[in-house]
Write a protein of this length. Structure first.
Length: 196
């Protein structure tokens, strides 16, 4: 009798852990399905941010939550624009490695500190958490919101100015739009059927 109760205990924990594992697998499956759809993902993210801003505008509150969300999104954006291996961190004298400017130099692709998918995922998660925070009055701290707006604009301007100077100094462009695409002339002129 005592032995049967002991065998039943771990099975319940096992069912619970299996359920959690199954939910996480389904969640990861949907994330994997969303991965190649960049425009759709960012459209949903911008729509969610618009709904959040509309909620703040209509409720006339939760300005601290909005300010914290804006600062967090700014930090994510800066990490998205920054290279994974920061040339300014590698060298103390300020003369770090640069991207190649001539054809005989080594090619080093731009790798972000925060990849695009993780950037999107963090934006979505933080916006949902901020939306949940607006459901509780304890987060609705009364503040004079124009000061927060001016401080955020100032912080954004200073941070972006520093980031643009960093991009100019180390000669990198974190976006792929507008960059030239090179093709190998040997492979494009010959047909694969000609090779023997």
């Amino acid at each position: 009798m005592m032995q049967d109760e002991h065998l039943g205990g771990p099975a319940k924990r096992n069912i619970f852990s299996q359920a959690i594992g199954r939910i996480s697998q389904v969640y990861q499956r949907y994330l994997d399905l969303w991965t190649p759809h960049v425009i759709s993902r960012w459209t949903v993210a911008l729509l969610l941010i618009f709904v959040f801003i509309l909620r703040i505008f209509l409720s006339q509150g939760w300005y601290i939550v909005t300010y914290a969300l804006g600062i967090y999104h700014l930090n994510l954006f800066i990490a998205f624009l920054t290279p994974k291996i920061d040339p300014a961190m590698d060298f103390d004298d300020g003369e770090g490695p640069e991207l190649p400017t001539r054809s005989n130099e080594e090619f080093r692709p731009f790798i972000r500190r925060l990849p695009e998918f993780k950037f999107w995922y963090s934006v979505m998660r933080s916006t949902v958490i901020a939306m949940i925070c607006t459901l509780f009055d304890c987060f609705n701290i009364p503040v004079f919101w124009p000061i927060l707006v001016m401080y955020f604009i100032t912080l954004f301007s200073i941070t972006m100015k520093r980031q643009i100077k960093h991009m100019i100094k180390y000669r990198y462009l974190p976006f792929t739009h507008g960059k030239p695409k090179y093709q190998n002339h040997e492979n494009t002129s010959r047909s694969p059927l000609v090779e023997v």
